[in-house]
Write a protein that binds this ligand. Structure first.
Ligand code: NAI
Ligand code: MG
Length: 351
């Protein structure tokens, strides 16, 4: 029986995870759930945002369903104990190097996008972002220049193994969709990007069925708002992916609609993954039953697809969310009046 670690976290995390749990329960898949504290909630009760007991559970589990962490109450706490460290710690400890963020405009939500409806309607893409390397993890620090100025530095570096494994995830993802992969880099300026491009091209030899293109990141930012319909799968490094994936998500409408997966290496044909909505703990609406649970429900669908080999059930969940929206179900972020649990009911009714 697959074991799912439920880490609801802070703010609206528990509210949205509860709805995803209801949907998974309704499918009767024989999953075992075990819940553990994470983030501010864990810091308060156990003194650390990612307690050993929670990390142990995450390591044993077949997949992790995560809500959100973060609360201004912990702003004064030292950086290593802040709630947000829990997400970074899980990614690092579990070696979750591939972040998948699908951005798709659901039917009827054209008005929620920051783009014109006819442009937004064409968005159906996935950004595959490298998650454990790049400038975020390179040597960093402060020093003084010879002129006596303060200087900050962060080293950008990728080795070929890191590039090859994320490139493979990009090609595999593209293969499962429309077979178009766009690798985004800054190879006209950066040595890191030149290596990136070389390795992506070498990897392409194993994927003759995938059409590979390359784009500089500045152009990609422009193209994402000009004509997002041209993209299917984008593969890129940590820094570029961080920015482009936030941009793409807003093009696709409410932050309450978008799921994500953070995946590790496949072991025995299965991939360990952490699944979470892209939004945070939304303290402004926490505890009021206003949060849109769809991003978390769709994250649970990604979990079934990538870690539990149940693409059939993932399709069912995605179809139920679509049908609920087509039927007019809307939480406040989508301009409606349904509560979190009523939105969950609407999805369950279509399952
Ligand atoms: P946020 O994503 O929590 O909220 C941004 C805005 O979107 C707020 O107005 C919120 O009400 C709204 N919103 C978010 N999710 C929603 C949902 N499901 N339904 C309806 N409306 C929703 O980002 P913010 O405010 O910048 O950060 C709040 C806290 O969350 C901070 O402590 C931050 O560090 C943390 N955070 C945690 C993340 C994580 O756990 N992975 C990711 C992003 C932020
Ligand atoms: Mg970000």
């Amino acid at each position: 029986m697959p074991l799912i670690a439920l880490l609801p976290g802070d703010g609206i995390g528990p509210e949205v995870v509860a709805e995803a749990r209801r949907v998974l329960d309704a499918l009767d898949l024989g999953l075992t759930f075990e819940e553990a504290p994470v983030g501010g909630a864990a810091y308060e009760t156990l003194g650390h945002p990612l307690p050993i007991s929670t990390l142990d559970l995450a390591e044993q589990a077949d997949a992790i369903l995560f809500g959100a962490v973060g609360d201004a109450r912990f702003d004064g706490v030292e950086r290593s104990l802040r709630p947000e460290q829990a997400v970074l710690g899980l990614r690092k400890e579990l070696n979750l190097f591939a972040n998948l963020r699908p951005a798709k405009l659901f039917p009827g939500l054209e008005d929620a996008s920051a783009l014109r409806p006819e442009v937004a309607g064409a968005i159906d893409l996935v950004i595959v972002r490298e998650l454990t390397g790049d400038v975020y993890f390179g040597e960093k620090g402060r020093r003084e220049t010879i002129e006596g100025l303060r200087e900050g530095y962060d080293l950008m570096a990728y080795d070929e193994i890191e590039v090859r494994r994320i490139a493979r995830v990009g090609f595999e993802t593209a293969r499962g969709r429309t077979g178009k992969l766009c690798s985004v880099d800054k190879a006209n300026v950066l040595e890191t990007s030149q290596l990136w491009r070389d390795v992506v091209i070498e990897t392409a030899a194993d994927y003759p069925d995938v059409a590979l293109t390359h784009m500089y990141v500045d152009n990609a930012a422009m193209q994402l708002v000009r004509n997002p319909g041209q993209f299917d799968t984008i593969v890129t490094g940590n820094l570029f992916g961080d920015i482009l994936s936030d941009q793409a998500s807003m093009c696709a409408g409410s932050i309450g609609m978008l799921p994500s997966a953070s995946l590790g290496e496949a072991i025995g044909g299965r991939v360990k993954g952490l699944y979470e909505p892209i939004h945070g703990s939304a303290p402004d609406i926490a505890g009021q039953g206003k949060a849109n649970p769809c991003a978390t429900i769709l994250s649970a669908a990604m979990m079934l697809r990538h870690s539990l080999d149940r693409a059939d059930m993932a399709d069912r969940i995605e179809a139920a969310v679509t049908a609920a929206l087509v039927g007019g179900a809307r939480t406040a972020d989508l301009g409606g009046a349904l509560s979190t649990s009523q939105m969950g009911d609407a999805v369950l009714a279509r399952l």
